[in-house]
Ligand binder design. Structure first.
Ligand SMILES: Nc1ncnc2c1ncn2[C@@H]1O[C@H](COP(=O)(O)OP(=O)(O)OP(=O)(O)O)[C@@H](O)[C@H]1O
Ligand SMILES: Nc1ncnc2c1ncn2[C@@H]1O[C@H](COP(=O)(O)OP(=O)(O)OP(=O)(O)O)[C@@H](O)[C@H]1O
Ligand SMILES: [Mg+2]
Ligand SMILES: [Mg+2]
Lengths: 170, 174, 170, 174
């Protein structure tokens, strides 16, 4: 059991280093087991040094967006270890700035050649990069439905139109 | 192998029959707050076999039946079907070990007269079981409990959980 | 002690009903103490019925954005009970759609007549409504600094420019 | 009364002296991930008196000293000043019970030779204490532990915490 965990740890850690370097444009990341002799007695930490930051920074001192990028790197690292035919991501880009949201969307797009990616998102940058678009709405009666004839323009409009429509109504 | 479509009938906020077709590649799903985007994810988990009720945000499986919304009657039964494309590889094998180009996984829940819930599983229309679903799906790596399904809020949870819980995540992968 | 809690509960609940109705464009919300006889033995729940939804819906069945609107209503309700000269909000609009993000920004703007509101945000809709803008950045050397001569156009550009600049660089 | 400016010296990611002026009304603060937006919020909490170390995301007060970033030396001392506007009301009273148009609340932390931390408080330049800060600020309702300061992630926390914890929030308000 310990042997299996250590083998998986080594492989997921290798993936984590690669994905984190790619997602943070050159930063360094690494997984650390607190107790290598008996891993079941200690935890698993993510050590990260975003590009341009000091190596002394601790995970709890990182910003909301930097922590999310570390967690997403771990998710991709686990997926690489055990690939699945389809992936479902529900608003994983919530607290990312435009820069980082685009990096995540680009990585999903690149990986969509070998597996199916379904991503629930409100962010314009992710909607622009997707190959296909699905719109879900409710008509104020508590019943959800799919919006017919939906495409990239309508998806981006849905986010912005809300804003325009509000401006006119005020 | 990919997920071709999601067919829901009276599942959560989806009244009556609603079909959501999916494509290969990268698909973005969008819509206002509370419109039903995460409920589609819950429908997928409902069939694949969720680990805990927290994953579908319902304390009781009967909470998954359409509750009527503003002006309709609450439903007494709900059904969800996942339709997977399952082509034959050049070597004759298929990702889902069933000899069919399309595989339909269906789960239905009915509210009985006594108010409890009865759950039925169907594989391409034939009666089946949750155990058989899990065996077939995990051999194709389409499990509900891997990190191939990342529910809303799970990224922040993974970043802020204790080191011990994170090590347990790795154990499940092993 | 119990008397004080019940008086505060009545007042905050009254505020909560008003704020929630305003923020959800006509939905109904209410606070409920699980154990009115001995409130210290029970919890405090937020019951909400967003516009057009069934009254049978439970808080744990609401969506991420709907839960945030309920929590924000509670925050405003508490603030009304005990007003402060200044407020600091750090990315409270993260998982809201354009519609709800604008409602929150409008409420802050309206309340900014009687108190100071400082809001950290990445959302365009909030940047457009603010009276003043402050830009914080780091130059890849791990040192944060304030961006001089910052204004609304530059703030909105910062979110979008990231996107344009990335497009050109790729 | 309003917060006129935030003066930081070697606080977290802010190297040397950095001043952030604030205005009355509605101010939006924006910038990329990890740029230091929330660190400004931590600086405000640092002076007002945070409840727990989790509020400023540091397990030890020495973690708040600028750590040098990529190419600089770590700082041995940090200082933060909050400058409040404190005008006289028509009836002669002032929101902060100090007879001055501007009130400067300063907190400084120095790393001693033995590696521990020594904390000093100054009010308009004169030595003071955390107790005096709390008394003055809470009589003007500018506390650190009310819901007037909503840290990153607190909205989701409030929506998903147990009913018991939420009742405790109400007790603190009472
Ligand atoms: N059994 C049910 N019957 C009818 N409606 C339900 C049922 N269960 C949940 N709902 C409703 O579904 C809505 C939640 O939908 P969902 O979580 O999918 O939203 P979402 O599109 O993901 O929104 P967000 O962008 O805020 O995450 C809530 O308004 C809730 O009241
Ligand atoms: N003592 C310190 N010295 C130097 N840098 C520090 C120190 N403590 C934290 N940091 C750095 O500050 C950064 C975090 O900044 P902050 O949390 O303010 O970002 P933010 O602008 O709020 O980002 P987000 O939009 O992701 O929330 C991290 O990169 C962290 O490494
Ligand atoms: Mg959702
Ligand atoms: Mg932040």
């Amino acid at each position: 059991r310990k042997k299996r965990l250590l083998t998986v740890f080594k492989e997921v850690n290798k993936n984590f280093k690669n994905v984190y370097r790619l997602l943070s444009d050159g930063g360094r990341g690494e997984l650390k087991l607190e107790n290598l002799d008996n891993p079941f007695k200690g935890g698993l930490e993510m050590w990260c040094q975003p590009k341009g930051k000091s190596s002394r920074a601790k995970l709890n001192g990182l910003s909301g967006g930097e922590k999310s990028m570390a967690a997403l790197s771990l998710i991709f690292a686990i997926q690489d270890h055990d690939p699945s035919p389809f992936y479902y991501f529900d608003e994983v880009d919530q607290n990312l700035d435009a820069f980082n949201a685009e990096r995540i969307a680009r990585l999903c797009k690149a990986r969509a050649n070998s597996a199916q990616f379904l991503m629930v998102t409100l962010r314009k940058v992710s909607l622009e990069l997707a190959d296909h678009h699905i719109g879900i709405t409710h008509a104020g009666d508590g019943c959800s439905r799919r919006i017919a004839d939906f495409n990239r323009e309508r998806a981006i409009e849905l986010g912005e139109k809300e804003e325009e429509h509000r401006k006119k109504a005020l | 192998m990919y997920l071709k479509r999601l067919e829901m009938e009276n599942f959560k906020s989806f009244k009556g029959e609603v079909v959501v077709p999916y494509e290969r590649g990268f698909t973005a799903i969008t819509g206002p707050n509370g419109s039903g985007k995460s409920n589609c994810g819950d429908a997928i988990q409902f069939v694949l076999g969720y680990k805990s009720a927290k994953d579908v945000r319902a304390s009781n499986v009967l909470d998954l039946l359409f509750n009527g919304g503003k002006n309709n009657k609450p439903a007494k039964y709900c059904k969800v079907t996942l339709v997977f494309d399952n082509p034959e590889d050049p070597d004759g094998s298929r990702r889902l070990k069933i000899d069919a180009d399309e595989v339909h996984f269906t789960r239905a829940v009915r509210k009985t007269r006594s108010g409890s819930a009865s759950s039925n599983y169907y594989l391409n229309g034939e009666p089946s079981s949750q155990r058989q679903f899990k065996l077939l799906l995990s051999s194709a790596n389409a499990r509900a409990d891997g990190y191939n399904i990342v529910l809303q809020g799970m990224v922040t949870e993974l970043a802020t959980m204790t080191g011990i819980s994170r090590r347990k995540v790795l154990e499940e992968v092993a």
